[in-house]
Design a protein around this ligand. Sequence first.
Ligand SMILES: Cc1cc2nc3c(=O)[nH]c(=O)nc-3n(C[C@H](O)[C@H](O)[C@H](O)COP(=O)(O)OP(=O)(O)OC[C@H]3O[C@@H](n4cnc5c(N)ncnc54)[C@H](O)[C@@H]3O)c2cc1C
Length: 397
Amino acid sequence: MSRRGSGLDAIVVGAGVVGAAAALAFARDGMRVALVEPRQPPAWQPLPTDADRIDLRVYAFAPDNAALLDNLGVWREVANARVQPYRAMRVWDAAGGGELAFDADAFGRRELGWIVEHALLVDRLWNALPGAGVQLHCPDSVVGFEQDESGATVVLESGLSLRSKLVVAADGAESKLRSLAGIEAPRHDYGQRGLVAFVESERPHQATCWQRFLPTGPLAFLPFDAHNVSSIVWTLPEAEAQRLLEADETAFLRELDNAFAGTLGASTRVSRRAAFPLRLQLAQSLASGRIAVIGDAAHAVHPLAGQGVNLGLRDVATLRRTAADARERGIDPASRLSRWARAQRSGNALSAYAFDGINRLFSNDSLAATLLRGPLLGLAGKLPPLTHAFWRHAAGQ
Ligand SMILES: Cc1cc2nc3c(=O)[nH]c(=O)nc-3n(C[C@H](O)[C@H](O)[C@H](O)COP(=O)(O)OP(=O)(O)OC[C@H]3O[C@@H](n4cnc5c(N)ncnc54)[C@H](O)[C@@H]3O)c2cc1C
């Protein structure tokens, strides 16, 4: 076995949005960082030559995370390429009742957030890694892990072995490193899938995120281009999702328009479609010795509030402060991890269970739930302090 990188301050495992941002953040703070990832991401293209391979994942990106990327020197690169600001949100229930509405003007802002492509974020974060001095191991993956008083050793499939005082698991919901560290992550499958696609509508999206709750689950239209193309996230029971993936374009658009009640007029075109299984999964602890667990490795949440990647980047921001604080004091970062983990996990658990509760109440056709939903949204919408509190929480303010 060859050994390299014993002079490292941190090893980050997994280079999705969360892991790549963590590695870049540590490197910008002067730490020597190794980043391990099995797959080189495809380069982002503004107009994909192969529409069948376009990455369908987009995120409703919160202002605090745009500020984090700005601080890492990446946000301008992302914003100059393609982001769509959203200035309003409308949430309502198919059974009627009130509406929950958020408008940027009411918060004295130009926008509430931005719709950003996953592939673009990963591309721009990866572009910044070499200049920041991050040691990238790709393609490679973690196969072994050990830790002791003086440090932790990560063994890679290539036979390399890396050593440092801090190891970060950012390798997604199926995290290998989390299992190697013996951290359990009980999972509840919702029996639902999130069907995603790009859809062109007759009328412009008005830079608004629309979400209509149906008994089968929420349907969201997120503004994607400057006019009338939206990215949809449609939560459906497994079998329904499969049926709609296989439906021809005409049948799909007809069912979509029924589900969205023609809110933006008729849907005229749809891209390739894909569906992801939805689950609630929370790691029982976010730290074990020298390991910190972040992103989907720590928490997989329902996409109805668009908070998955936002929560992961908040893990990065707080872990970065913890590591920087330990460095300033000249102490072992591992001595600070359990406090970080407790605070971070309770915030994540609160969000995860809140989204879970909303999903249970709204993806439900029982009479009691149906009678409760519309009035609840209406009441929340009529109480400005409550709408402000919701938004501040979602925006990380
Ligand atoms: C339908 C749907 C819609 C969503 N919409 C939103 C939204 O609107 N807003 C939002 O914020 N979030 C949303 N999410 C959630 C979001 O996609 C995830 O929260 C986010 O991708 C998690 O990022 P991550 O970097 O933690 O994990 P991942 O993106 O899973 O990245 C993990 C990385 O680790 C690598 N890896 C795996 N195994 C190993 C190993 N053994 N060694 C080294 N590396 C490894 C993988 O190759 C991958 O690159 C949505 C999710 C779904 C399913």
